[in-house]
Design a protein around this ligand. Structure first.
Ligand SMILES: [Zn+2]
Length: 404
């Protein structure tokens, strides 16, 4: 009974306008008469109680033909509010107030009708849906996504010591780009995690398992605070730390040392990165995301400890920002790696984990360097302790998940 529902809404509005035990609510007819030039109020003029009672419309001749009612609402929707009252017409005290509350009420009516219609057609394709989990938005594309997402979030925390915090990312960006205009920093927006993104960051974190979470205590980095403790999902990054800064559409991921935070951006949603996989089939979006996350994690977990040695051992670099120009020096594995020695290192780490054979064959000095670094994370005496910690983390993870 949509008619009843509509009147209910209008009545509510009317009650707010004239509170009191006897106030009888809203009148589509009253509103429409006054709003549509050319429509004339029929006589007799009703008592304040009666004129607002839809069930008495018939008794007093206040009923519209169906088309007129519809047109009246349509006209209300089109007209700005100052047209609502007919100029020069005598109005009883309080009538303007009725109109003032009536117009939003009519808008509610129109929205309800539209929503009802929309819902019927939209139901079969109602995904994606969004859920909130611990302050994060999770975008679900099919039944079961939420349970899987929660399992991954638990695993990230228990096994790798990493929490999701998109707010942490927004704050880290604001801090790192303090010279960007206030409006640009204020336009940073948290975004929603998709299941494939959560899987990608989980798979990326797994590459660093010996130096993350409980296992880190058995690694050479036991005495150093974990360099990445939160990850966030943000719509866009800021392109440069100057007064001319803008939001950009091509940053896929970024690491923020001060916030110990890694951010992923909307630009990664459809990005296929072929630069790490020469000799392999084109990667999926998920594999590209994983490569991005491994690269960004390397900025936090590898660069601070090994960049100095990297620059001295890689003949390609004279200093962290200058290529040596030495003929025949082994090149960075990707074009992006030529930006500076830190990007070279992080690209090499990413290739080490996603395309080890190519790195070994074509960039043997880089491969040998990283093979030593990664082996050092898991010294023999640490392996037993590491396995025990891993088992404990797995148990904790299973406990905290509990549900489906
Ligand atoms: Zn980088």
């Amino acid at each position: 009974m949509p008619e009843f529902a509509v009147r209910g809404r209008l009545r509510q509005a009317r009650r707010e306008a004239t509170p009191g035990p006897d106030a009888v609510g809203g009148a589509p007819a009253e509103l429409a008469w006054r709003a549509v030039p050319g429509l004339v109020r029929p006589s007799p003029v009703l008592s304040p109680d009666d004129r607002l009672r839809p069930d008495r419309e018939a008794d007093h001749g206040l009923r519209y033909p169906p088309d007129a009612r519809r047109d009246a609402f349509a006209a209300l929707r089109r007209q700005p509010s100052q047209d609502a009252a007919v100029p020069g017409e005598q109005t009883r005290p309080g009538t303007d107030r009725v109109l003032a509350v009536g117009r939003p009420a009519v808008r509610i009516f129109l929205r309800r009708v539209r929503k009802k219609g929309g819902r019927r057609t939209a139901r079969p394709a109602s995904y994606p849906k969004t859920s909130r989990v611990g302050g994060e938005s999770i975008v679900r594309h099919r039944h079961g996504d939420l349970a899987k997402a929660i399992r991954i979030i638990d695993e990230l925390r228990a096994r790798y010591g990493i929490d999701l915090s998109s707010l942490g990312s927004v704050n880290a960006i604001k801090r790192a780009y303090a010279r960007a205009p206030r409006a640009v920093r204020g336009a940073l927006r948290q975004s929603g995690w998709k299941l494939n993104e959560l899987q990608a960051i989980r798979d990326a974190a797994a590459q660093y398992a010996p130096i993350l979470g409980p296992r880190r205590g058995a690694s050479p980095l036991a005495g150093v605070a974990q360099e990445v403790t939160t990850m966030g999902r943000v719509e866009q990054a800021i392109d440069e730390n100057t007064a001319a800064a803008e939001l950009d559409d091509d940053t896929v991921g970024e690491y923020f040392q001060a916030g110990r935070n890694l951010a992923l951006f909307d630009a990664g949603e459809n990005y296929v990165d072929r630069t790490l996989t020469p000799g392999l089939p084109p990667p999926t979006i998920e594999a590209s995301l994983k490569g991005t996350a491994i690269h960004e994690l390397a900025h936090g977990l590898v660069e601070p400890h090994h960049l100095g040695t990297w620059v001295t051992q890689m003949a390609y670099w004279r200093d962290p920002y200058t290529a040596s120009g030495v003929p025949g020096a082994e090149e960075p594995p990707t074009a992006y790696g030529k930006q500076n020695a830190a990007e070279d290192l992080c690209e090499s780490v990413a290739m080490f984990f996603v395309n080890r054979q190519h790195l070994q064959q074509h960039h043997p000095a880089r491969y040998a360097f990283l093979d030593r670094v990664v082996a050092g994370w898991n010294p023999p005496q640490a392996q037993a302790a590491g396995q025990a910690a891993q088992a404990a983390a797995t148990r904790a993870c299973a406990r905290s998940t509990g549900g489906p």
